[in-house]
Design a protein around this ligand. Structure first.
Ligand code: ADP
Length: 322
């Protein structure tokens, strides 16, 4: 491998910058040239890229977002557009592409490799931690800590006004963020898509806690779920059962901010490892981490299999948080 390109795609995540830095510095160290592609696949198909130097990634390790910008690019879902993307890379003498993004972005990378032979390595960059084959994703730890800080503040006002708050956290169809945030924030309840929501039970428990004098206020962490508007619907249903919860949607706050030390180390290691894998002839894989070890996961697997919430973690969390 003599020349590689790198892009960030899909939902941004804190830690994408240290990942870019890890790839660029490790590649330059090995005498490999690196092109930075702007705005994900949109920039790739419009040939919007420039060579990166060691100083182009100086002073970014602590910054949220991505210096390369991110985008969603519908056109990249078409095979002929991917074929022309490969031509653009070849015309510049680029042998391999590193893609940092979620499962959608990694699906695009896999198809590019399969159809055109361009070598690809993926890095799991998403706050949702919903990618198969890896215990952790770049941005998850930061998002959990950001949500936690917000909930600690909400708890102050919940307690002063003796109210319950439904706090919605991100995570799409998975409850990873909700379970972690709920446990860390000491939530009274955690509602995740992996378990049916029983309005009657929730409302009875809230009423019972109030009567017992143990629960005049509290935090209920709600995973956003696949359909928008879930938390407002829950609040309405609880109102119909005599409760009066407030709603707080944390939203995009969770995607921003300076990455935690954990995410910076994870991203740097994964970035450097992506370059090692390319040097060793690997392609069509994602760099993952399992039981503390960095490993390669075939991109085909992350597309084919869905990552489920660890049942033991869910069980333990629900013993404490209902
Ligand atoms: P994420 O990578 O965070 O999961 P998306 O699912 O929005 O985010 O995907 C980001 C981009 O990846 C899309 O805009 C598109 O360019 C590309 N992509 C997603 N799914 C596919 C697919 N099935 N085939 C080709 N490209 C895809």
């Amino acid at each position: 491998v003599r020349s590689i390109a790198i892009l960030t795609s899909g939902g941004d995540a804190p830690g994408m910058n240290p990942a870019i830095r890890g790839v660029v510095r490790a590649a330059l160290h090995q005498g490999i040239e690196v092109f930075g592609i702007n705005r994900g696949y949109s920039g790739l198909i419009s040939d919007d890229m420039a060579p990166m130097s060691s100083s182009s990634v100086s002073n970014i390790v602590q910054r949220g977002g991505t210096i390369l910008k991110s985008d969603r690019c519908e056109a990249f879902k078409k095979p002929d557009v991917r074929a022309s993307a490969a031509e653009i890379l070849r015309a510049r003498g680029i042998d391999a592409l590193v893609v940092i993004g979620g499962d959608g972005s990694l699906t695009g990378a896999h198809l590019l490799q399969q159809e055109t032979g361009i070598e690809v390595i993926g890095l799991p960059g998403t706050i949702d931690n919903d990618i198969f084959g890896t215990d952790d994703t770049i941005g998850f730890d930061t998002a959990v800590n950001t949500a936690l800080e917000a909930i600690d503040r909400i708890r102050d006002t919940a307690s002063s006004h003796e109210r319950h708050f439904l706090v919605e956290v991100m995570g799409r169809a998975s409850g990873f963020i909700a379970i972690h945030v709920g446990m860390a924030a000491g939530a009274e309840m955690i509602l995740v898509p992996e378990r049916a929501i029983e309005i009657e039970r929730i409302s009875e428990e809230l009423a019972a806690a109030r009567r017992a004098g143990t629960g005049s206020s509290g935090i209920i962490v709600v995973a956003e779920g696949p359909e928008p508007g879930l938390t407002y619907r829950l609040a309405q249903q609880l109102k119909e059962h005599g409760q009066d919860p407030r709603v707080c949607i944390l939203g995009h706050i969770q995607r921003g901010g300076s990455p935690t030390g954990h995410d910076r180390v994870l991203a740097t290691c994964m970035g450097a490892m992506a370059v090692s894998y390319l040097g060793a002839g690997y392609s069509d894989i994602m760099v993952g981490v399992r039981d503390g070890q960095i490993l390669d996961v075939p991109l085909e697997d992350i597309i084919r299999f869905r990552k489920g919430l660890d049942p033991t973690l869910l069980e333990l969390a629900l013993q404490v948080h209902r």
